[in-house]
Design a protein around this ligand. Structure first.
Ligand code: NAP
Length: 315
């Protein structure tokens, strides 16, 4: 048989990198597979203010770079590949990627979650042309322009604050009249001179020919429909969507136990229903999805993978 890794980790976000660090440090042969860029969502987060110890240079990319360096130092391999198929039934698990096939004694599933689309007409067509899901990536395109941020959670309010660095005005559009975001973040946003709110409102349609030109809002309480047009001089404006995330777990449907929304069910030791397969990070059913809980999951999963190998594979 080809090279069999002790642990293959799917996903190079904080959960996967933490698992990689612990696994490699535990002298297990470790491979981290990432389909895009290491770091997951945190790689596009400007400020990570609530990760303990992250005070100087507390940007997402800086934190990710330190995590990657630490993984490399302990000998974890990080490779770019997209896994298309998994075979979990045998003692040796098989992962079929676009580039290679991988064999592993244990697997840590840490693929994270991706932004949820609002699903309104015009959204897909105008993504990258005024509609965005990443303030760090696209915020500066809207320097001195107007921006609408959709959603009322931590992401919407934090990213709205970040966009005020560029935009001349940021309006948070939320479907209720109370934000879901943490109170501490809310207070800052309410006080911010560049931030306005539109309550009980959602988007019905986004219009534009090559660039966002107008947006149709619906007031969910009164049913009133209004259309906001770009300022004549600007010709366009930004719409940033932060309406939650969807776990990237399709690959494991029918194999791993999940809740109704696709989050993987694990026990406190990150064990899934399949022996030797562990879940970690935002893909799993949990009450708090943050870097600090993701790295904790990764560490637990790696230590449990080590125990699983000790008990199930002879030297
Ligand atoms: P979230 O907490 O799920 O919030 C999503 C927001 O979008 C909610 O306000 C929701 O409204 C709204 N929404 C959902 N579907 C919608 C629709 N179809 N139309 C209009 N609005 C819709 O997502 P998140 O803010 O991305 O946060 C995800 C997780 O990461 C959370 O656990 C959050 O605490 C965490 N996070 C933490 C930090 C931090 O601690 N600094 C930063 C970012 C994210 P309702 O409120 O009415 O449901």
């Amino acid at each position: 048989m080809e090279n069999v890794y002790d642990v293959v980790i799917i996903g190079g976000g904080p959960a996967g990198l933490s698992a990689g660090l612990y696994a490699a440090r535990g002298k297990m042969t470790t491979l981290i597979l990432e389909k895009e860029k290491t770091g997951g969502q945190i790689a596009t987060t400007e400020e990570v203010a609530n990760y303990p110890g992250s005070i100087t240079d507390a940007t997402g990319p800086a934190l990710v770079a330190r995590m990657v360096e630490q993984c490399n130092e302990f000998g974890a391999k990080i490779e770019k590949d997209t896994i298309k198929e998994v075979k979990l039934e045998g003692k040796i698990k098989i992962l079929v990627g676009e580039k290679n096939t991988y064999h592993a004694k244990s697997i840590i599933v840490a693929p994270g979650a991706s932004p949820r689309l609002l699903g309104v007409p015009g959204e897909k067509e105008l993504t990258g042309k005024g509609v965005s899901y990443c303030a760090t990536c696209d915020g500066d395109f809207f320097t001195d322009f107007e921006v609408f941020v959709i959603g009322g959670g931590d992401s919407a309010v934090e990213e709205a604050m970040f966009i005020t660095k560029f935009a001349r005005k940021v309006t948070i559009v939320h479907r209720r009249e109370e934000l879901r975001a943490a109170k501490s973040i809310q207070e800052k946003a309410f006080k911010h001179p560049k931030i306005d709110f539109i309550w009980n409102t959602t988007i019905k349609e986004i219009k534009g020919d090559g660039l966002v030109e107008s947006v149709v809002f619906e007031n969910l309480k009164t049913g009133e429909i209004t259309e906001h047009h770009a300022d004549e001089e600007d010709g366009t404006f930004g719409i940033f969507m932060f309406v939650g995330y969807i776990p990237q777990t399709d690959l494991f449907k029918g194999m791993l136990d999940m809740d109704r929304t696709g989050y993987i069910v694990t026990d406190d030791n990150m064990k899934t229903n399949v022996p030797g397969v562990f879940g970690a990070g935002d893909c799993r059913v949990k009450s708090l999805r943050q870097v600090v809980t993701a790295v904790s999951d990764g560490a637990i999963a790696a230590v449990q993978a080590e125990k699983y190998i000790e008990n199930n594979f002879e030297e």
